[in-house]
Structure formats: structure tokens, C-alpha cells
Ligand binder design. Sequence first.
Ligand SMILES: [Zn+2]
Length: 463
Amino acid sequence: MPMRKLFVLWAILCMSSSCYSDRQAVNPVPFDRVELTGGFWEERMRTELDVTVPFSVEQSAPAVERFRRCADYLAGRSTELPEPHRFISSDLYKVMEGVAYSLMQERNPELEKFMDSTIHLIAASQLPDGYLYISHICGNPNVDEMGDRPYSWVVHSHELYNVGHLYEAAVAYYQATGKRNLLDVAIKNADHVNRVFFEGDPAYNGGKPVNQAPGHEEIELALCKLYRVTGNSKYLDMAKRFLDIRGVTYVPDGEGVMSPSYAQQHLPVREQRKPVGHAVRAAYLYTAMAQVDALTGRHDYEQALKSIWNNLVSTRMHITGGLGATEGIEGFGPEYYLPNKIAYNETCAAVANVFFNYGMFLAEKDAQYLDIAELSLFNNALAGISLGGNRFFYVNPLEADGRRKFNHGTGGRAEWFNCACCPPNISRLILQVAGYMYACSDDEIYLTLYGDSRTTIPLKGVM
Ligand SMILES: [Zn+2]
């Protein structure tokens, strides 16, 4: 592979400050400062803007309706209660994150109206203390999946997973438009989570800090984004605390989805050496570990990450960059278990592999991570969406006969899924791809993903 590190080729000096953090050696140049100027990625972007984004907004109507009903319920207006659902809100948040990126590419009053009206419903569904999870707020949880009260079953409820995606959408919308409406919801929730999980809030868990890591990682990497955009170190501290209590304060005891390794809770994260369990959860966790290392400059997880990465790349990753060969757990099988026809390789896992490897690059400044990010992006993540932009793979085997219904009930691409994590995940990645093209330090510029593009990068160290 070509050496990517470009020593300073040019520097356009301007009055603004350089990259956003002094503590981090290398910072990505954010998507809102990079313009796609043609070629492959501009074509993908055009399809996103013309087809995928409006299509995804349409598909999100049931999730928006749940917020409308929740807001009505809280306001005392008569309404049908929203059906219990653990994570459909997260799919909407991912769609909203994608819409935010799209608005950077092209202003669209209709989409902005969709965002603001949906944000209004989300804000109206949030409790005054910041809590946000429809089924508990409306008092009709599926107790087996969600527990009988807030945060009583965080190993499966997805309460923190959902709000992690909320934070990502909020940061994107703020960056894209300067509007704080969703960011304020996110900050209110993050402050609430900090109180309940790490300080103690009389209204939750008998006033004792919950102090338990979520079963589905996501909030950790989202808190890193919240920290980047607010500059409030509380959120970076929260991300680190969630990482450091994982596999320490709570370890599930059972089989399958309750096995200790399924959600990477079998060991403290800094003692973990191999990728295990559900692949999307794992890769979101490793992404957060890499980001926290990069942002704190402490490298607490460096040994774990390097060992996990080496094992992943040499024994548990398909040639396409796909992760999670095993269908039952949507996760990693034994070393070298890499079947073609029955490979699972969830689209979200490939997307997460891009995030993980880009995070590793930012922490380590080593081009080998970008090579894997690129491999996974082009060969598995992008396969998750049709050229037309409105048909999707959840599952990405390397061989298909058109008869076996490998893709959650279909033998080819599907229009959408009951569990719709994948379509908005690949969509939001394409929409933010400009943010993966450049990185910089005080006196260096890195070209991290090739594509026709233009940016201005102010450097502190070059006159
Ligand atoms: Zn998925």
C-alpha cells in the first residue's frame, strides 16, 4: 500500500486556531471543512442526497410517531401508548445524524424542518431531569428486555446505546447548522447519566450510583464526540469511566447473550487481548478505547488495543474487512473461522471497523490502520447499500446462491429491516466520509482517505 503520510505539502495560514485539541497529536479535519469535488465519493454523496436520505426519513416515520405519542402522554393529552421497543429510537437518531451531514452538503429547508420538528418531539419526550427512554417514561416496558424501571437492566435495555446515538446526531446537527436544539437535549441527558451512574441521584437506584457499563457500547464513543464539540472534560471523563468499569463492576453470568464475553465484559478492558462476542459492540468499544487514549494522551488501553487489533486482523477478519463471522451471536467465532457462504459480517460491524481503525490511526499515527479502514469501507461497508441507494444488506456473506435467505429473510438486498441498525449506519458513514479524508497536527498534514476533495488546513508550526 502507498505510504500515506504526507509531510507538509502546503499550508494555508489563517487567523483561526489550528485543530481543536492541544492534547491530541493528530486530529481529523472535520467533514464541514472538506469539500468533495468529484469522482467516486461525490457520486455516492449525490445518491445519498437524492435517494437514501429522503428514503431513510420516510422509513423513520414509526420512530417519530413513538416520540409524538410519548410527548402527548407526558403533556397529558390522550394518546395511544407507543409499543415497547428497545432501540428503534437509535435508528431514527442515526438517520438524523445523516440528515445533519447532508445539510452541510446541500441546504434543504424541508429536511431542516423534519429535523426541527422531530427534535421538538424528542425534547418534549425527555423528562425534566434529562432521562430519555420512551418505554419507561410511558410506563409500559417489556420487563424481560428493559427491566421494570429505568436503568434496572442496562445489560440489555439499550437505554445508554440509544442516547449515544442521540449525542452523535446532536453533535452533527450542531456542527452542520449551529443549532443547539438537539445538543441541549443531549447535554441534559449526559449530565443526568453522569449523576445517576457516577454520583447518585435520589430518583434512581435508591440514590446509589448505578456504576454499571451498558451491554451495548456506543455511549462511550459518543461522549468523546460530545467532549470534542463542547470542550467539557466531564464527558471525556465519563467515557473513560464507562470503559474502566466494564468487566469490573458487573459481569453477566449465563450463556449466549448473557455470557460474559458477548458484550466484552469478561475482563477489565485494559486486560482484554482478543476480540470476542458481538462484533458491533466490540468494535464500538475498541473505537472508544482508541479515542479516549488519543484524547487523554494517556495510552491506558494501548497494549490491549494492539493485541486485539493484531488478533482481529490476522485471524478473525474476512478478506473484505468484515467482522463477526458467526450468525447466532452476530459476532466473532474462533480464530480462523472465516466461512464464505455462511459468514455473517453485519454491515454495522464493517462500519464500526472503519471507526475503530480510524481511531487507532489518530492514537498511533500509523498508516496500517488506515489500510484496514479503507479495506473495510470499500469491500464490506459499501456493499451494504445498493448503487441506487435504497436497498440494503444487513448480512454480508462472501458467497450467495440467491436461494438461501441469508439477509434477514431475503436472498438479496432488502428495502429495510425490522431491526434497522444497518441502513442508517452505512448511510451516515458515506455522508460524513469527507471527515475521514484529512488529519493534521500542529505541523503535519495527513491524507487519510483518497478522493477528489478540497480543504484548508491552518498549521501552527509553519510560517
Ligand atoms: Zn446493523
